[in-house]
Design a binder for this molecule. Structure first.
Ligand code: SAM
Length: 281
């Protein structure tokens, strides 16, 4: 019986027992694999790194979307950078108040493979409000004349195609194309292991220079390195806890599986060692 193994550090492996290796593709940007497993259901990886699995993808996708949407219920135009599995878009399409969702994903192969083999996250991609653009997010934010109320950076780690999505140039352009009360949410790595912790600090250092509000919030994602995962909440105007509209999500008539009003505020309460790391920047 096969195992999928991801190196969390040079000395720690994360392994998942596989039922079936469903699909494999060397795309122009990365190595894409889809597996079926005993304990996580189906999952897909990019360059050997766990991206999303049927068992816990809802945690990441609820936290990256419902947190900003509950701070500014007037969000109308949204940009998703990356997010090729469609999970972020799926959560966004639950909001009738949103009128337009642009998803800029560099690798069309990821979208097509998920539409065929990992459909749990792709249900929102056919929503008429969604426009998919298969190009580099770094170039898109540099050249677009559009204005967005919310930008979601649902990227891979800052290696390979994802590297530019952690650069000062990228964040400056995100700031430029955000409305006056715009919010930027980014996948913010993790405080636990050195590699992700360095990336967390690098990203936070740049974002806090550009945005008056630059907070970090956390979620427990068992299948990401250490399970302690962070998101960045940057805004030109709103504080994610002070301006939290706790009743808004209730108006959706949709029962989330992870996110709730106590999780919203609680996720911004960080452990001291994380606060220290963010302060040291
Ligand atoms: N949403 C998943 C999760 O639960 O964390 C994983 C993130 S999603 C699969 C990451 C996406 O970012 C990939 O599809 C990758 O192709 C895309 N990506 C990486 N670099 C990019 C870039 N420069 N511009 C646009 N998309 C990029």
């Amino acid at each position: 019986m096969d195992w999928f193994t991801e190196k969390w550090t040079p000395n720690i492996n994360f392994s998942v027992k596989i039922k079936e290796h469903i699909y494999s593709e060397t795309t122009p940007f990365q190595q894409l694999e889809v597996y079926d497993s005993f304990d996580l259901g189906r999952f897909f990886t990019l360059d050997g790194i766990m991206m999303a699995n049927e068992k816990d993808e809802f945690i990441y996708h609820e936290m990256i979307i419902h947190t900003p949407m509950s701070v500014n219920p007037n969000i109308k135009n949204v940009l998703v950078i990356g997010g090729g599995d469609g999970g972020s878009v799926r959560e966004l399409t639950r909001y009738p108040s949103i009128i337009k969702i642009d998803m800029v994903e560099i690798d069309e192969s990821v979208v097509r493979a998920c539409q065929k083999y990992f459909q749990v996250t792709t249900t929102g991609l056919t929503d008429p409000r969604v426009t998919m653009k298969f190009e580099d997010g770094l170039a898109f934010v540099k050249n677009t004349k559009n204005v967005y109320d919310l930008i979601i950076v649902d990227s891979t780690d800052p290696i390979g195609p994802g590297e530019g999505l952690f650069s000062m140039e990228f964040y400056q352009n995100c700031h430029r194309i955000l409305s006056d009360d715009g919010i930027l949410i980014n996948q913010h790595e993790s405080p636990y292991f050195d590699k992700e912790s360095q990336e967390m600090k690098r990203a936070h250092q740049k974002i806090k220079v550009l945005f008056p509000v630059a907070k970090v919030y956390q979620a427990f994602i068992p299948t990401y390195p250490s399970g302690h995962w962070l998101f960045g909440f940057a805004s030109k105007k709103y504080d994610p806890v002070v301006d939290f509209k706790e009743a808004f999500i209730e108006t959706l008539g949709y029962k989330t599986k992870y996110y709730n009003k106590n999780i919203h505020t609680g996720s911004f309460a960080l452990p001291n060692y994380v606060i220290e790391k963010l302060k040291k920047i």
